[in-house]
Design a protein around this ligand. Sequence first.
Ligand code: BG6
Length: 481
Amino acid sequence: MSFDLVFFGGTGDLTWRKLMPALFQAFRHGKLPEGGRILAVARDDQSDERYREWLKERFREVDAGKRPSDEEFERFASLLHYKRMDLSQPEHYQGLKDWLDARNADTVVLYLATSPYLFTQICQQLGAVGLNHDKVRVVLEKPLGHDLASAQEINRAVRGVFAESQAFRIDHYLGKPSVQNLMALRFGNALFEPLWRRESIANIQITLAERLGVGTRGAFYDGTGALRDMIQNHALQLLTMIAMEPPSANDADAIRDEKLKVLRSLKPFTPDSVARDVVRGQYRAGNIEGVVVPGYLDEVKVPPESHCETFVALRTEVNNWRWAGVPFYLRTGKRLAARDAQIVVNFRPVPHKIFPGGSQPNRLVIKLQPEDGLELQLLAQKGTGQGEQLTPVSLDLDFDKAFAAQRVGAYERLLLDAIAGRLNLFVRSDEQEQAWRWVEPILDAWAADPSGPRPYTSGSWGPAAASALVARDGFSWAEEQ
Ligand code: BG6
């Protein structure tokens, strides 16, 4: 199957930091279909040769394990082409079309790795020159809008030109092997399903914690914040995968229909519930692994009075028969104590205690990163004699260790899926809009509240109010237990 993969924003950060290394990995693993061409499109005037040299230099900055040797780069570079385009010029789109038509590949994937402000314009111009025919797919990179109205506007522009089945909206968390494993855990095994409901589960906690600060992305981040950057997309996508009903088939629409139902069942926020159930924070200077790090307000290109949140913790519920009354806690933040993404399913305690001592309810920890695995925490007896208290033990599965050599990174997986036309791991427009609809009352309430985010020290787990949020229900975050 021949394909042409075009990167708009071909000299941008996303392209060289994530997309090209991922493609190179696919190439190295022999997974890239034969007969592919990769075309980078950007404003600079340069030849294929110059672009290849530039990219070779950039590759020196990616993880050593993902860096090609000179010989590997030579082979990979033979797939790479460059085309200068001014995205406001209609005739430049015609030039692109002519370039693609001259070969007439089986599949054309157009990846918009540009600022989202350009999406509408690019889609319209692509449509105007007929680059929306059956063989074309368009890949859209987040952020897809900054509120419901802007997301709807982008979706209208995309829909005006492409069918939904041609639109691949990326949420790179869905490409992570650990996240796909969630589907396998729930729907490839019968074990947990009878327990996966309000009768057995006390609460669910989703944590996406980062050690890094905003780094050089201050200007972008300050207009975005943690709610838009991580909760509206990554955290909510994880929540849908945890809470969804079993889909009738492992196909894109069956899965996305179920995810949408979860989003529609989320308890809507009001100004009062935002004040009660959502905590926003902003990091101050602190210490991460022995290194003193600056506070958010001292980061490059961050305005000195900024109210931008770098931390969010919230409590919600999924209002349906399976989950009514079960708290779902979502939490994300920069400059936290650890880089740790995990989902913790806390089961209910035994209904009647017959052993001495405390009794710790069972817990399933789904580790997403840095480790990728499952830990089931149980209680056992050591067998030391009468009157013995129970001891916590755990069943620990390390997927990295078990499958390391065969695993494929998130962008590699998603790029290969886009080339192959598999939509399962991409977000449908109605899901994405519903996620914005749910998040928007939080944004509105914050905009009307001059108190701003609560400070927290870098290297901590966020403001104390985040602990209080969970403690109010009689629970605590996993690291506090
Ligand atoms: C991105 C956010 O979507 O996800 C970043 O824009 C964040 O701010 C990143 O750092 C986290 O992704 P990962 O894969 O490193 O957990």
